[in-house]
Design a protein around this ligand. Structure first.
Ligand SMILES: Cc1cc2nc3c(=O)[nH]c(=O)nc-3n(C[C@H](O)[C@H](O)[C@H](O)COP(=O)(O)OP(=O)(O)OC[C@H]3O[C@@H](n4cnc5c(N)ncnc54)[C@H](O)[C@@H]3O)c2cc1C
Length: 304
């Protein structure tokens, strides 16, 4: 495995990709938690991404696709496999026609929303303020304030496990609540197309500002966190259940149930992976005992 990673590193260098060794993953997660990853590669373009996936699969190398790390809790032991970081080289956003925005998987949702605003295009306002990339948003079917990425996605371009480019249409994307086909097929998302329509620039801006103000008001943005820790149980809000169980402000080590929004766990400065895991387990157990609801993590765990 180790020799195989060295071979993959060589391949990435030949392809002209950026290579980062022993990189602390705490620098790449909004929780600011995570040990070193042995090898991080920033694929240079679609072709290099295809070749790297193919080699990683053929050599049985563990790999993980990272966007902005805003939905990830990473182990303090780091990650022994290879991280493919989908960032700048996949950051393009452009208009295909007056009804379609194309965005690279490494583009931030903020960039896409601002691009739509500049072109007086409506449909993406709900996503403004979700601190992820297009790839992470499609993978998670990110959503807020009544909108979801799946509702506006008309096509996704991705690399399959054989290193081939595939174009997936809505009927193949299997979007559901915080779900997409990519959670089972593990393809690497390269880009997506979103349907939009002409709107009034002032109205679009007002909506974006209104939603951003709501976030600032309700969410503990002053602390590192990874958004809502748990999915919404059917007919309920995880934060409300947690609050009703008396867990507002409950702490384990440096991890705390936010007192501003009980659905968020915050890193008070020195939280470890174990602190957060123990707090998650405590919350799940307490909520189950007191309310009968099973909470399921929305945050993805990387490493152990
Ligand atoms: C303050 C805050 C507020 C938030 N608010 C919301 C909200 O309102 N709604 C919401 O839905 N989420 C919210 N989130 C969670 C998070 O921002 C979203 O889940 C976002 O879509 C994750 O994108 P990312 O680029 O950070 O993905 P990452 O966290 O890097 O990755 C998430 C998952 O996507 C996979 N992935 C990422 N890129 C790719 C790719 N190119 N190809 C294949 N797989 C990929 C990763 O492997 C991982 O499994 C919030 C988070 C924070 C910190």
């Amino acid at each position: 495995m180790n020799d195989n990673i060295t071979l993959l590193e060589k391949k990435a260098a030949e392809l002209g990709c950026e290579i980062i060794k022993n990189e602390p993953l705490s620098r790449h997660t909004t929780f600011k938690i995570g040990g070193n990853c042995r090898l991080m590669v920033v694929p240079k373009d679609e072709q290099s991404c295809c070749e790297l996936v193919k080699q990683a699969e053929e050599c049985n190398i563990d790999y993980f696709i990272l966007g902005n790390g805003s939905n990830i809790l990473c182990s303090d032991n780091g990650y022994e496999g290879v991280i493919f970081l989908m960032s700048k080289p996949f950051g393009k956003v452009y208009l295909e026609d007056e009804k379609t925005i194309c965005a690279g998987s490494g583009a931030s949702l903020a960039k896409v929303c601002l691009y739509a605003l500049e072109n007086s295009l409506t449909g993406l306002e709900f996503a403004y303020g979700i601190p992820g990339t297009v790839g992470g948003a499609v993978y998670m079917n990110a959503g807020a304030y009544g909108g979801e990425i799946g509702m506006i996605t008309i096509e996704v371009r991705a690399v399959d496990k054989n290193g081939n480019i595939r174009i997936l249409k809505p009927d193949e994307l299997e979007f559901g609540y915080r779900k997409s086909i990519f959670q089972s097929n593990e393809f690497v998302i390269l880009s997506a197309k979103f349907k939009i329509k002409k709107g009034d620039r002032e109205d679009i801006l007002a909506k974006m500002n209104e939603l951003m103000d709501k976030r600032r008001d309700k969410q503990p943005l002053e602390y590192p966190n990874a958004g809502s820790t748990f999915k919404r149980p059917e007919g309920q809000f995880a934060g409300k259940l947690i609050e009703d169980c008396g867990l507002r402000g409950f702490e384990i080590g440096g991890a705390q149930v936010s007192s501003k929004h009980c659905g968020f766990i915050i890193n008070k400065g020195n939280a470890t992976f174990d602190d957060v895991i123990k707090l998650i387990e405590h919350i799940k157990k307490t909520v189950l005992q007191q309310t009968g609801y099973h909470l399921e993590c929305e945050v993805r765990i990387l490493g152990s």
